[in-house]
Design a protein around this ligand. Sequence first.
Ligand code: BEZ
Length: 274
Amino acid sequence: MTSRNSGAARAGGGAGWDAGLYDRSFGFVAAFGSDMLDLLAPEAGERIVDLGCGTGTLTAAIAERGAEVIGIDGDAAMVERARALHPALAFEHADGRDFAIEGTADAVFSNAALHWMKEEPAQVIACVARALRPGGRFVAEMGAHRNVRIITDALYRALAEEGVPAEAVDFPWYFPRTSRYVALLEEGGFDVVQLHYFARPTPLDDCPNGLADWIAMFGRNFTDAAPPGRAQAVVERTVALTRARLCPDGRWVTDYTRLRFVAVRTAGDETAAV
Ligand code: BEZ
C-alpha cells in the first residue's frame, strides 16, 4: 500500500483521536456496521480494503471470513491501536483522497468513515475506483443528508447565543444528499446496484455523560469555535436544547441518517447510458 499524502482521512485534518475512548464508548459504530459485512459478503481469498478502518474491529471481522484485508485510516492514533489490537493484520495510515494499493482489490469496504473525508469526495471515489479491479465492489455506509441535524442545529444555536456566527465553525463532515453521491459514484466509474437512505436512531448507551461525551469525541470543531472559556457552557446549552427530543426518557438516542450502498466498478469501456 502506498500513499502520496498523509493528511487525515477520518478526522478531517484534526489532531489524533482518543482511540481507547473510541473503543470504550463508541463501540456501537462497529456494532452497527457488522450487518454491513453481510452486504459485503467477503469470500475466502478475496482482497479487500477497509477504508477508514478505525481501530480495526470490522477489518478483523472481514479477515475472519477468510479474506486478505488491508485496513486504511487517516488518523495515526487509530492505526496505531488497530495494529496493537490486531497484529496479524495489515494497517496503513493514509489519506482517503490519495491512497493506492499494490495490484487491485476485489472490494473496498467502508463503515461510518466516508463522511469524515469531507474534502474532495470525488477524489476519494477516484482512489477507490483505482484500487478496484473492474467488476470489484464498493460497499459502504456513511452519514447522509440531515445526519445529526438536531445536534448540529443546537450546537450552532448555543454558539450563536455566545455571539459566535455559524461561519466560525469548520463543519467537520460531508453528509451528501443521495442524488449527489450517486452522481459522484457514476461519474467516478461505478454503477450503483443497491442504495438505501434511512434514519437510524443511534443510542449512546456506553457514554456515561450521554450527548456531552458524543460532543467531546466528535464535535470539537464546534467547541473550538466557542469564546475562550465558554466551550463547556456551549456543550451544556446544547445538551439542554436537545434533551427533550433526544433523551425524553433518560436514554440518549442520536438522530443518525445513513446512506448505505453497493456500487460496482465498471470496466471503463462501457458507453454511459443517457
Ligand atoms: C456518523 O457516524 O454518522 C457520525 C459519527 C460522528 C460524528 C458525526 C456523524
